[in-house]
Write a protein that binds this ligand. Structure first.
Ligand code: GDG
Length: 475
């Protein structure tokens, strides 16, 4: 039995979620009074029932520089805010997380930068999160740590609290060893993660890449999904496996079925001048999402006159990481090609690309999904891609077609999509044309099969499967 090494300082929560961000945003009312507004995402929807049932707490950062907000309650959930100084936001968040790890783990689509100062900030911030988790967890609690921003937390936490059960889930890809090996701190990252009892990845390939990194970067023995780790308490066995994340399919479908959302979908098509075909892209404005490849394919199809008379593209690119240079450059490149397409092909009053650098409420997203004939999801690398699953969940009418990059986790599951290699612009163009001209019968067959997958494997199923495996992990 594991020992309670810190029972005196143990907290009171039997279930602790540790994620880079809190599930709320700080807001100010007109009188300058600060408060918190829920920022609903898939993760909080999935974990809310578990949090309520197990007297849980969510530890995260508010998104603003400043002192730690500490423990508070919002929307009936217990939350603990970790504080980041302005320097930590720069070095840890914008630096190590978004300019080192993000591009490295996405197959170096953009060149990662390795700065020793950023690594030191990463260690310090991970230590703050681990301390907050150690203080909140009751003896024998379950702690679930999320994502690449917090890879050192499992080991730091285990060193303080050998009694707790620790799970870790990586939302983004885990790269092949030849790429991971570039990281000057590769051994520390592997050892940090191995403080967990169970490590979850989006795809089998990510888990395999991690197992290889354990052998190569840390010289450990692995057998199947199991890694043998020797630490202060002797030999432990850690499991690494795939747990593909999903969405709250039923809730999203219910939004799409609302009268006002269906009306809005019809109004969107009207506002676009009743196109014969409506193509749609929805992404955070991120260089992993293949937005430029998609726009290039669309532009060439227009140049060649292969798309029929009235085919319109709506591209929502929600603002993201705007202080990071690679994101500013991408925005310029996207806006240049959008204006070239419109400059060369549009007529007065009817642009061919409707580019929206804004964020929308979920109802508007559902209306867009419902209005679109062809959904374009073309990342160069993506852990899962929830947008693809959201499109499928909204299409209760069994219409519409999905063009989906092979390099997303979703492609392992949504095999009835029109699968593409986004680097192959000719192949991408052919897939767009096929999706735009597919017969209604074939479109229905494909959509039905994808909908079955998304309905049966929703986010609640994902969380339950992971937490069940964590309970059973050898530890
Ligand atoms: C990471 C991994 C993995 C986007 N714009 C708006 C908006 N969104 C929502 C989408 C979707 C979510 O954001 C984006 O999720 P993705 O999965 O597509 O991508 P990442 O943000 O890169 O997420 C990814 C995910 O973690 C989960 O593990 O799938 O691979 O990179 O839900 O709908 N939502 C609203 N307005 C917008 O303007 N309301």
């Amino acid at each position: 039995m594991p020992t309670v090494t810190n029972a005196a300082g143990a907290g009171q929560h039997d279930f602790v979620v540790v994620a880079s961000r809190l599930p709320v945003d700080r807001v100010e009312d007109p009188d300058g009074e600060a408060g918190w507004r829920p920022s609903p995402g898939g993760l909080v929807t999935a974990l809310e029932p578990v949090l309520r049932e197990a007297d849980g707490v969510w530890i995260g950062w508010s998104g603003d520089a400043g002192p730690a907000p500490g423990a508070f309650e919002a929307n009936g959930l217990d939350l603990v805010g970790v504080g980041l100084s302005a320097e930590q936001v720069r070095d840890y968040y914008e630096g190590f997380c978004n300019t080192t790890l993000w591009p490295l783990y996405h197959d170096v689509i953009s060149a990662p930068q390795f700065e020793r100062r950023w690594w030191e900030a990463y260690v310090a911030v991970n230590r703050s999160f681990a301390a907050a988790a150690a203080a909140a967890a009751a003896p024998g609690a379950t702690v679930w740590v999320h994502d690449y921003q917090l890879q050192l937390v499992p080991r730091m936490l285990r060193e303080q609290r050998a009694d707790v059960r620790i799970g870790f889930f990586n939302h983004i890809p885990f790269p092949g060893y030849e790429i991971f090996a570039q990281l000057p701190w590769r051994r520390q990252v592997v050892e940090g993660l191995l403080g967990a009892d169970l490590l979850g990845f989006q795809r089998r390939a990510d888990a395999t890449n991690f197992l290889r990194a354990c052998r190569r970067a840390a010289g450990l023995l692995t057998k199947g999904n199991t890694i043998r780790v020797r630490d202060a308490d002797g030999v432990r066995e850690v499991q690494a496996a795939a747990f593909p994340i999903s969405i709250d399919s039923a809730a999203l479908e219910a939004i799409a079925r609302r009268d006002e959302v269906r009306k809005r979908a019809a109004d969107i098509r009207l506002a676009l001048g009743r196109p014969d075909t409506l193509l749609l892209g929805i992404d955070r404005l991120d260089y992993t999402k293949g937005i430029l490849h998609r726009l290039t394919a669309y532009r060439e199809l227009l140049d060649e006159g292969r798309l029929g008379p009235h085919v319109v593209l709506v591209q929502v690119a929600s603002p993201s990481r705007e202080r990071v240079e690679a994101y500013r450059t991408l925005r310029d490149e996207v806006e240049l090609i959008v204006s070239r397409i419109n400059g060369e092909h549009a007529e007065v009053g009817s642009p061919l690309v409707h580019y929206l650098h804004q964020s929308y409420p979920r109802e508007e997203m559902a209306a867009l999904y419902l209005a679109a004939d062809v959904m374009l999801v073309t990342p160069l690398r993506d852990g899962m891609n929830l947008v693809a699953k959201e499109y499928v969940a909204c299409r209760y009418d069994e219409r519409g077609a999905l063009v989906l990059s092979e390099f997303t986790g979703a492609a392992d599951e949504l095999t009835s999509a029109f699968l593409v290699n986004p680097h192959d612009i000719n192949g991408l163009k052919d897939a767009i044309v096929r999706a735009a001209t597919v017969s209604p019968a074939e479109a229905r067959r494909r959509m039905r099969s994808m909908r079955r997958q998304v309905r049966e494997h929703d986010v609640a199923h994902w969380a339950a499967t992971f937490l069940d495996a964590l309970k059973q992990a050898p530890g």
